[in-house]
Design a protein around this ligand. Structure first.
Ligand code: AMP
Ligand code: MG
Length: 414
């Protein structure tokens, strides 16, 4: 068993991108279900939404004023005003039945349909009414203050493509198109299992040698934020029997992904690796990053399984980089990788081990520029610096030192 210490030499070393590509290749979007509009917030479209109508459906006024024929008022000014006959009034929602002729205008409110014959709206501020006549004091230019039919969305156009995340603006678009029911991908069910003899549930009193299980909750939170349904399996002791039982329980729950934490490093007492190996097809990787280097991935009874390292920050960072993209792909999202912003480092940083570092930072604004400030100790077990951070600054593999003021990419931990 002394050879176990050489495990990490047998693990293939992968870049973050290689590991991401491998985990993503193992998952496909889940089947679709049909939901009422409001319940679809945060879900991902499983169909292209083709506009059945123009938006707006009819040309309409962009301002309160007078709808008229531009040729009747061309060049109008306070010195050279144009007089028109007012032949009607159109509030929003009214039908435009009038037919405008030469020298005529219609009082019109924002959103009301432009009557036929009219091509321009002059706002009230540039007019002066006298009885049934109106004096136009300014020529805004032909076609001004008119919103054309279909200027937002044209009938027949794909207004929203499959793979689009439904945010409030997409719900508004679906409503505008008259879609009250949409097809979206089902939410992934994710089993979460913590492993380790030292772990206690959060409600248990501490006892010598023990710590409380943080990972089940931080990872479950990440699953929820990524649109998944977390199913907490609790803690498995470092015993073959318990690990097997818990993993079989996960399979019986018809989950779409299993996430474990702990037991995948090169330590002698990590049974998790052996059990995973014996139950399914597993690969063990040494991802060239910090924190979160050892990672295992495979399938168990056809279900993908991601084995995160045990240290609380390593587990979260590895989930952010590998677990969340998988959940996004399961939900059919077309953009799955974490989003980054650019920020200026507040302090110099040195890292000489050739690994990619993800440093916990807080983002601040100084003179309109985004700045990144380290939130404290960066050890992989220091959860407090994670609680103070809103992003992970990336220090590339080939970068040994960055002076203060350098620009770095920061992955957002939203
Ligand atoms: P392991 O990868 O199992 O060797 O665990 C690495 C470190 O992470 C050890 O210090 C563990 O006590 C700690 N750890 C493992 N799982 C958890 C957990 N669920 N919550 C908090 N700490 C953990
Ligand atoms: Mg352990």
């Amino acid at each position: 068993m002394a050879t176990r210490a050489t495990d990490h030499e047998r693990y293939p070393t992968l870049s973050v991108e290689q590991a991401q590509a491998q985990v993503l290749a193992a998952v496909q979007p889940l089947p679709a279900e049909s939901l009422p509009l409001l319940e679809a917030l945060g879900r991902v479209l499983a169909e292209d939404i083709v506009a059945a109508e123009d938006i707006p459906p009819h040309a309409n006024a962009a301002m309160d004023g007078y709808a008229l024929r531009h040729e009747d008022i061309a060049g109008a000014s306070p010195e050279k005003p144009a007089w028109l006959q007012v032949v009607g009034e159109l509030p929003a929602g009214a039908r435009a039945t009038v037919q405008l002729r030469k020298g005529e205008a219609v009082r019109i409110m924002t959103g009301a349909p432009i009557p036929s014959g009219a091509d321009t709206v002059v706002r009230f501020e540039d007019t002066h009414a006298e009885g049934m006549r109106v004096c136009i004091l300014r020529d805004p230019g032909p076609g001004r203050n008119v919103r054309a039919a279909g200027e937002d969305v044209r009938r027949g156009e794909v207004a929203l493509a499959a793979g689009t995340l439904l945010r409030p603006q997409e719900l508004g678009m679906l409503a505008a198109l008259g879609r009250v029911q949409v097809r979206v991908h089902r939410r992934p069910r994710v089993a979460i299992l913590a492993t380790g003899d030292e772990l206690l549930t959060p409600e248990a009193p501490l006892s010598p040698g023990k710590i409380r299980d943080a990972n089940s909750y931080s990872v479950a939170g990440q699953v929820l934020q990524a649109g998944g349904i977390p199913i907490l399996l609790g803690i498995a002791r470092d015993s073959e029997r318990e690990l097997r039982d818990k993993l079989e329980e996960a399979l019986a729950l018809a989950v779409d992904l299993i996430v474990t934490s702990g037991g995948v490093s090169a330590g002698d007492f990590d049974l998790v690796k052996e059990v995973l190996r014996s139950l399914g097809r597993m690969e063990f990787w040494w991802v060239n990053m910090k924190p979160g280097r050892p990672l295992a991935f495979g399938t168990l009874g056809g279900v993908p399984l991601l084995a995160l390292p045990g240290n609380p920050v390593s587990a979260m960072v590895a989930f952010h980089l590998f677990g969340r993209p998988m959940l996004y792909r399961l939900q059919g999202r077309s953009d799955v990788l974490p989003r980054a912003v650019f920020a200026r480092l507040r302090e110099p940083i040195e890292r000489k081990d050739g690994r990619r570092h993800y440093l916990r930072v807080r983002l601040l604004r100084a003179d309109g520029v985004l700045e990144a400030e380290l939130t404290g100790e960066q050890g992989s077990g220091i959860l407090s610096s994670m609680t103070r951070s809103d992003g992970l600054a990336i220090i590339p593999e080939d970068c040994q030192a960055l002076p203060a003021g350098s620009t770095v990419q920061v992955l957002l931990l939203e």
